[in-house]
Design a protein around this ligand. Structure first.
Ligand SMILES: *[C@@H]1O[C@H](CO)[C@@H](O)[C@H](O)[C@H]1NC(C)=O
Length: 305
């Protein structure tokens, strides 16, 4: 009997169903830094940060991220995640749109290897100002829409042109193929899910971001949305939407991500590891690791560029 159980457990462990997990993370910092694109500088457009607070303008290793405090709900995950900051524009006044929820999803349906330690990647293009430029990077599925609505703009990467009754939502898929000989090289799989030659499939990361637009724009909008991303040249478009990730998971959880995951938030699925065995709020308070430099003020960040 015991032997049979072991056999069954073994089978489920190695099955390749499309399993996934969702983790919520609170924003803890808005700042004009970008350790991947502009290392060492304070000249970036504004970003909103989630996850490990051991982040400055210098690219951290996974083990450096693990020295920090995390803002998420999985104590095995000290990754850092960031996105361009979204503002509500009223004349000359830029007000940060509050984030209702930031979720990361990890899907391991096709993974061949765990996400490598120290791996950093970007999805989307901060310079894109049209749908064509977004589509130049296929399969990032950058999409803005109103939560609870089936309406989509002809350009799916453009902000909705009508008031959202619920939250405004951003969805973004990350590359899931990496060259293990040089982890600075990564890409998307092709349509059939196959990685480019010389690359291996890792679990796929996706962001879901819910913005509470009602709290800043209670009157709503009709036409170009009164919102502007820090990377955007003008309000109304979301084409420059992008996301950044630096791996801060512990190795045991990265291994478990290959065999666990699966299922939705709060349904018992959890990427386990030695540092946490269930979802839970962090007991520390994430802070700015480099508080005397850079700025959290949008207009000041424009001057520093
Ligand atoms: C981003 O978009 C710009 C404008 O189309 C383009 O020049 C640039 O090559 C793109 N960058 C990447 C990494 O795709």
């Amino acid at each position: 009997m015991r032997y049979l159980f072991a056999l069954l457990a073994g089978c489920s462990v190695f099955s390749t169903v499309s399993s996934w997990t969702e983790i919520h993370h609170k924003p803890f910092l808005t700042k004009n830094i970008d350790a991947i694109v502009q290392p060492g500088l304070y000249t970036s457009h504004m970003h909103t940060f989630f996850g490990s607070d051991a982040i400055t303008n210098v690219l951290p290793t996974s083990s450096q991220l693990q020295q920090g405090c995390y803002s998420g709900e999985n104590g095995n995950d000290f990754s850092v995640y960031w996105i361009p900051t979204l503002y509500y524009v009223d004349g000359e006044t830029f007000t940060e749109v509050p984030i209702f929820r930031f979720s990361t999803y990890y899907v391991n349906s096709r993974s061949e290897i765990p996400i490598p330690l120290d791996f950093a990647m970007i999805s989307g293009n901060a310079s894109a100002q049209s749908q064509d430029e977004v589509d130049a990077q296929p399969r990032n599925n950058l999409e803005w829409f109103c939560e609870g609505s089936d309406d989509r703009e002809p350009d799916i990467a453009k902000f909705p042109t009508k008031t959202c009754n619920q939250n405004l939502k951003l969805s973004l898929v990350f590359p899931s193929c990496v060259n293990t000989d040089d982890i600075s090289q990564y890409d998307f799989p092709d349509q059939s899910g196959k990685c480019p030659a010389g690359m291996k499939a890792i679990p796929q990361l996706r962001y879901g971001v819910w913005y509470n637009t009602k709290s800043v724009a209670p009157g709503g909008w009709d036409g170009d949305a009164p919102f502007q991303l820090s990377c955007g040249a003008a309000s109304g478009n979301g084409y420059c939407g992008h996301g950044d990730f630096i791996n801060g998971w512990f190795q045991d959880s990265l291994d478990n991500m290959m065999i666990r995951g699966g299922g939705g938030y709060n349904d018992g699925q959890f990427i386990s590891g030695a540092h946490a065995s269930a979802l839970g709020e962090s007991t520390c308070t994430p802070t700015d690791a480099d508080p005397d430099k850079g700025t959290s003020d949008y207009l000041e960040s424009l001057e520093m560029m």
